[in-house]
Design a protein. Structure first.
Length: 194
């Protein structure tokens, strides 16, 4: 049995050596072919890369070799500086994603978080309209999690704005296009006086 294992190990070593020689001779052609196939089969390659890395993580010796090899290669590009504006943009995006995930996975929990910010003077149906509009905006990834109160306030303002086109009209003001005629003169004398 030991002889069989020795022969298998020898065969593997020969194959590995022949592959190394072939790779050194045809390195450019192999890289071109690999890049071309990578564009064609990205999703399959991502899956196999994840599987390879998972296998590597199981063996600490192989993982150490992998990390040492990558550290020795160095960066292929210039390190891009992360500015405060970039970090802030990423933070805001993360907050919006957090709200979107909560709206998708646990909408009742998000409704419970929104409800305290909805003003009590609104009727129950109006409150539900406001909550639903905030939920829709959350699903569209517009509402940051840490700024729910401001977005509820915006939704309440939008809801109230629907009724802003009703104007108060003075009864004593002259009607446009008439010669000084007022609305008070048009009212019947039997009209209740308040």
């Amino acid at each position: 049995m030991a002889e069989v294992e020795r022969l298998i190990a020898e065969n593997k070593a020969k194959k590995a050596e022949s592959w190394r020689e072939y790779y050194q001779r045809n390195r450019e052609a192999i890289l071109v072919r690999t890049r071309k196939n990578a564009r064609k089969n990205r999703s399959r390659i991502r899956v196999t890369d994840r599987q390879k890395y998972a296998r590597m993580k199981e063996d600490p010796e192989i993982l150490a070799r992998y990390r040492a090899r990558h550290a020795a290669q160095g960066r292929k590009s210039k390190p891009r500086p992360r500015t405060d504006a970039m970090r802030e943009r990423d933070r805001r995006k993360w907050q919006r994603k957090k709200t979107q995930n909560l709206a998708r996975n646990d909408p009742s929990a998000l409704r419970k978080l929104i409800r305290p910010h909805v003003p009590g003077y609104l009727a129950a149906s109006a409150q539900m309209d406001v909550i639903n509009s905030v939920m829709v905006q959350a699903l569209e990834r517009k509402v940051p999690f840490n700024d729910l109160a401001a977005w509820v306030k915006k939704s309440v303002t939008e809801y109230n704005r629907q009724f802003d086109h009703f104007k108060n009209v003075s009864i004593d003001a002259p009607i446009a296009g008439t010669e000084g005629l007022t609305r008070a003169e048009l009212l019947d004398s039997e009209t209740f006086h308040f």
